[in-house]
Design a protein around this ligand. Structure first.
Ligand code: HEM
Ligand SMILES: *[C@@H]1O[C@H](CO)[C@@H](O)[C@H](O)[C@H]1NC(C)=O
Ligand SMILES: *[C@@H]1O[C@H](CO)[C@@H](O)[C@H](O)[C@H]1NC(C)=O
Ligand SMILES: *[C@@H]1O[C@H](CO)[C@@H](O)[C@H](O)[C@H]1NC(C)=O
Length: 326
């Protein structure tokens, strides 16, 4: 290309442009933006209006749908295996008991089957609904590559790959990198905790019995001025299923407040606060607060997460009912 004539140069730039635009439009596993544009042009608008109408009567569905897509992708890839009913399915795993928003997916699926029978996968509905949820709470939008197919396997043990509220940063990094997500993806994606709630059972040990220090100790990374407030929200012998906002300062808005909380020792989960206590993740939290645009980075990392282990072509199936394999 050093001494190429103008034709060669033209071809070179055309190929480069094609390669670049292809990588923007295509998910790396064969999904692509607008997969349903000819087979079901209304697909995305049916999903977004369904999410909108459920959101109007219950704003907490936005957090529920975002988390459900995350759990789906971390268990056998984004294939809607999280939705399958049965005695020993993913739904039955401890870590999935708090998932919510199933009725939104079922509602969207019913409407999609009426409009375009057998075309739109439940896995794509989950990916689209997660994006639409973020937009409803003032996050930034992103184009969702579609074309996922639904899985036919769902086991309770699949939940072992999910990160836990008390996982160390090393373990969190391992669980994300095993799925092709780097440390920046990890930090940006956990920023999803800018909305939604956690039951007291997942963090109250930090306030009353943080055994990593000693029996009866308090987690030293909790801001001392914040501690009484947190104890009031989750009394020592209170109801452990009580729910508390993961972002104390703006629980219903998609913004950087969750990261600012970490900086002042007001993270809710131990896994959240550890992002600030570990040097490698702390640097990324700082960068997302200053320099990077969190909402844009979140969308970019969501596109990566949404492509984990996707089934395309002849793999899997298009489920008729999202809770049952065909
Ligand atoms: C280290 C990684 C992560 C851990 C340990 C973790 C843990 C948790 C826990 C324990 C809860 C509370 C569950 C309950 O009370 O039922 C929760 C809620 C939530 N998580 Fe995560 N999470 C992680 C990553 C993510 C990611 C990557 C996303 C999305 C991109 C996400 C989105 C959410 C949302 C939106 C909620 C609130 C759900 C609701 O209000 O119904 N989390 N998470
Ligand atoms: C919504 O997001 C925009 C841009 O990200 C921001 O300028 C605006 O202040 C946000 N609105 C609210 C109510 O948070
Ligand atoms: C995390 O908590 C669970 C109990 O919910 C416990 O079995 C496990 O050992 C804890 N893991 C770590 C790393 O502390
Ligand atoms: C703290 O937890 C440990 C281990 O689970 C238990 O043996 C101990 O009795 C608890 N202490 C308090 C003060 O709750």
């Amino acid at each position: 290309m050093v001494s190429g004539n103008s034709n060669e140069i033209f071809i070179f730039w055309t190929l480069l442009l094609l390669a670049t635009s292809a990588s923007l439009v295509h998910g790396h596993k064969g999904t692509r933006v607008g997969f349903y544009s000819t087979t079901c042009p209304q697909a995305e608008s049916i999903v977004s209006s369904t999410v909108q109408s459920h959101f109007n009567s219950d704003h907490t569905v936005a957090a529920g749908l975002l988390r459900m897509h995350f759990h789906d992708c971390f268990m056998r890839g984004c294939d809607a295996s999280v939705l399958i009913d049965g005695p020993n399915t993913q739904k039955k795993a401890e870590a999935n008991l708090g998932l919510r928003g199933y009725e939104v997916i079922d509602d969207a699926k019913t409407q999609l089957e009426a409009a375009c029978p057998g075309v739109v996968s439940c896995a794509d509905i989950l990916a689209l609904a997660a994006r639409d949820s973020v937009v409803l709470v003032n996050g930034s939008s992103w184009a969702v590559p579609t074309g996922r197919r639904d899985g036919r396997v769902s086991l309770v043990s699949d939940a072992d790959n999910l990160p836990a509220f008390n996982d160390s940063i090393d373990v969190q990094k391992q669980k994300f990198s095993a799925l092709g997500l780097n440390t920046q993806d990890l930090v940006a994606l956990v920023g999803g905790h800018t909305i939604g709630t956690s039951a007291c059972q997942f963090f109250q040990y930090r306030m009353y019995n943080f055994t990593k220090v000693r029996n009866g100790a308090v987690d030293p990374s909790i801001n001392l001025a914040f501690l009484p407030q947190l104890r009031e929200l989750c009394p020592q012998y209170g109801d452990v299923s009580k729910r508390v906002a993961l972002d104390t300062h703006s629980p219903n808005r998609f913004d950087t407040s969750y990261f600012r909380n970490l900086r002042i020792g007001q993270g809710i989960l131990e896994s959240d606060q550890m992002l600030w206590n570990d040097a490698s993740t702390k640097a990324i939290v700082q960068h997302l607060l200053l320099g990077l645009n969190f909402k844009v980075e979140f969308g970019n990392s969501m596109i990566k997460m949404s492509n984990i282990g996707v089934k395309i072509g002849n793999a899997g199936e298009i489920r008729q009912v999202c809770s049952k394999i065909n």
